[in-house]
Design a protein around this ligand. Structure first.
Ligand SMILES: O=C[C@H](O)COP(=O)(O)O
Length: 255
């Protein structure tokens, strides 16, 4: 596949993200413009809950409307299920299409499976007709067995997607974690998607993760319903490759 074709493929699978501390209304409006103005409309934008209304208004006249994703229990991944449920209800009422929930991963790693499971189950119940992505924060896990266990738990509790990272910790997405998550979701036999996120900034990165998805799940599996990139810095890189404003390297390593 050419760099241009790969960039077009990745752009259609992008959750164009602004979860920065200095995000504001003007920045959200600019993000919405970028989401729809490029050569390919992105799959979704991913923003703080308090900007959902701004984005909904900005997309009111768009021909192709990207989904609006937002985050709850973000980025810390606390254990207060009632608070996270209230956050989720407010986000859905404001017009969110997709909820990216941070799993209480510290509690889980400490052995508290019940809280992690109960939180996903509780939020899933609220997401009627909406997509629930569960952020595992895999870069903070001691090993791939822990990634496997958290993936299993999230899928069994009702996740529509499992997502690697918040982008707020020292280590984010890795091909090793993504491979493990793909193995788990394939074995589950359920229609669950994968969202590598955090630190994905180049065409080479995107190509590597899509190559893993193609290898494990089969070519054609990775569609916006089953695969997303969560990234704040990838959009312009991909647009530049498509429009010929910049080059990009095509392939990644083998993992
Ligand atoms: O969910 C996506 C991440 O927050 C984005 O992380 P990033 O800023 O490293 O691309």
């Amino acid at each position: 596949m050419s760099d241009k074709a790969m960039a077009e493929r990745a752009l259609a699978l992008l959750d164009l993200t602004d979860l920065s501390e200095n995000a504001d209304e003007a920045g959200t409006l600019a993000l919405c413009r970028r989401a729809t103005a490029g050569p390919v409309t992105v799959a979704a934008i991913c923003i703080w809950p308090h900007f959902i209304g701004t984005a909904r208004t900005a997309f009111a006249t768009a021909e192709v409307v990207p989904r609006i994703a937002t985050v709850v229990n973000f980025p810390a991944g606390g254990t207060d299920i009632a608070t996270v449920a209230a956050e989720t209800q407010a986000a859905l009422a404001a017009g969110a299409d997709e909820i990216d929930l941070v799993l209480p991963w510290r509690a889980l790693l400490a052995g508290d499976m019940a809280t992690a499971q109960a939180m996903v189950v509780r939020i899933k119940v609220l997401c009627v007709g909406k997509r629930l992505k569960v952020i595992l924060e895999t870069g903070e896990y001691p090993d791939l067995d822990a990634v496997r266990a958290a993936s299993d738990l999230a899928i069994a509790a009702g996740a529509d997607f499992i997502k690697t990272s918040t982008g707020k910790t020292a280590n984010s997405a890795s091909p090793e974690a993504a491979r493990t998550m793909l193995d788990v979701l394939k074995a589950s036999g359920r229609p669950v998607g994968l969202k590598p996120s955090g630190g994905i900034r180049s065409l080479s990165d995107a190509s590597l993760y899509l190559g893993l998805a193609d290898e494990i799940m089969g070519p054609g599996w990775a569609r916006p319903e089953t695969f997303r990139f969560g990234a704040s810095g990838l959009h312009q890189v991909l647009v530049d490759v498509i429009t010929g404003s910049a080059g990009g390297t095509k392939t990644g390593g083998t993992y």
